[in-house]
Design a binder for this molecule. Structure first.
Ligand SMILES: [Zn+2]
Ligand SMILES: [Zn+2]
Length: 351
């Protein structure tokens, strides 16, 4: 089969590799019908994630059709159309029992981490993928949910909702600011209303992305390049700051921004993947009673979010801005890596 293979920092190829096979009775093999590229894949290609070995097939998002199941897979069968969760979970280890799928202790990858695809085992940017713990790591797709919609449920929507909105403890009436209106920031914006946010302020350097943020439910937008960006945000609150500041970029400057606009007693939910340390001014923040959260998605809300996508309460398909076929994989990477110019949110790649 063909797959997108990591060749070391700065190197990738769409090339021939052996087809995956079942390793364990709980595995399934899925023919990938649709996949996409994540900012995390670009981090890997920069060499920021040394755990990714040369030769690894990248990708942790996808929708596909089951072609083979192990003898212990009980809820799924050949021919089922499924969402591949970016997090594998055995469903019964100590962490899975507590809903902490992100730290599933099942031995696949042997590291106590749920994110294995395109990281510790071969991923979804391929014609076929082996999925461990298939019963719990795959979600059957109803017929009326498209591939474009389904693929946003692998990672983006659960990440924005769980790590942004839930960890940020959004509650009815809150003013929520989302710093960074890329795909995950937009997913947080799209789901903040589920917990009753009264106002959602999107903050970004890119005016095009702010325009898109309004499509997903932002009530206000602030251009972060403006000298008075902070005053603009505070003016959209009672003057004391936002109840929840969601950081969805992953650089020190945007984390600091979150600390500057949150009100006393408020929450900072860090969603961005950081590649370097941030300044954390505990000497100022402690007296403000600020809660700071962060994490890797558990994807334990995927089934719930799927229902909202199916009932058209969440417009997942609007995140798909560009479409490619598998033989255009390198072009898809190029478009996604130049998102500011190409206005790409998610690039969708289909077989
Ligand atoms: Zn991702
Ligand atoms: Zn587990």
């Amino acid at each position: 089969m063909k797959a997108l293979v990591y060749g070391g920092p700065g190197q990738k190829s769409w090339t021939d590799v052996p087809d995956p096979t079942l390793h364990s009775p709980t595995d399934a093999i899925v023919r990938v019908d649709t996949t996409t590229i994540c900012g995390t894949d670009l981090h890997i290609l920069k060499g920021d994630v040394p755990a990714v070995a040369v030769g690894r097939i990248l990708g942790h998002e996808g929708v596909g059709t089951i072609t083979e199941v192990g003898s212990a897979v009980s809820n799924l069968k050949v021919g089922d159309r499924v969402i591949i969760s970016c997090i594998k979970s055995c469903g019964h280890c100590g962490n899975c029992s507590n809903g902490l799928y992100s730290h599933c202790l099942g031995d696949e990858g042997a590291s106590g981490i749920g994110w294995v695809f395109g990281h510790l085992i071969d991923g979804t940017q391929a014609e076929f993928v082996r999925v461990p713990y298939a019963d719990n790591s795959l979600h059957k797709l109803p017929e009326d949910v498209s591939d474009d919609q389904g693929v946003m449920l692998s990672d983006i929507l659960p990440t924005g909702f769980e790590i942004g909105v839930q960890y940020g403890r959004v509650k009815p009436g809150d003013v929520v600011a989302v710093i960074g209106a890329g795909p995950v920031g937009l997913a947080a914006i799209a789901t903040a209303g589920l917990y009753g946010a009264a106002n959602i302020i999107a903050i970004d350097l890119d005016e095009n992305r702010l325009e898109r943020a309004r499509d997903f439910g932002a009530t206000d937008t602030v251009v972060s390049g403006a000298a008075d960006w902070k005053e603009q945000v505070l003016a959209l609150t009672d003057g004391a700051g936002v109840d929840v500041a969601i950081e969805a970029v992953g650089i020190p400057a945007t984390f600091t921004m979150a600390t500057e606009i949150v009100r006393p007693g408020g929450n900072i939910a860090n969603v961005g993947v950081h590649g370097q340390p941030v300044d954390l001014h505990l000497e100022n923040l402690w007296i403000q009673n600020i809660n700071i959260s962060m994490g890797l998605v558990n994807a334990n809300t995927t089934k719930m979010l799927l229902k909202l996508v199916a009932s058209k309460k969440l417009q997942a398909e609007k995140l798909a801005t560009h479409h490619f076929t598998f033989d255009q994989f390198l072009e898809a990477y190029d478009t996604f890596s130049r998102a500011a110019e190409t206005k790409a949110l998610k690039v969708v790649i289909t077989r």
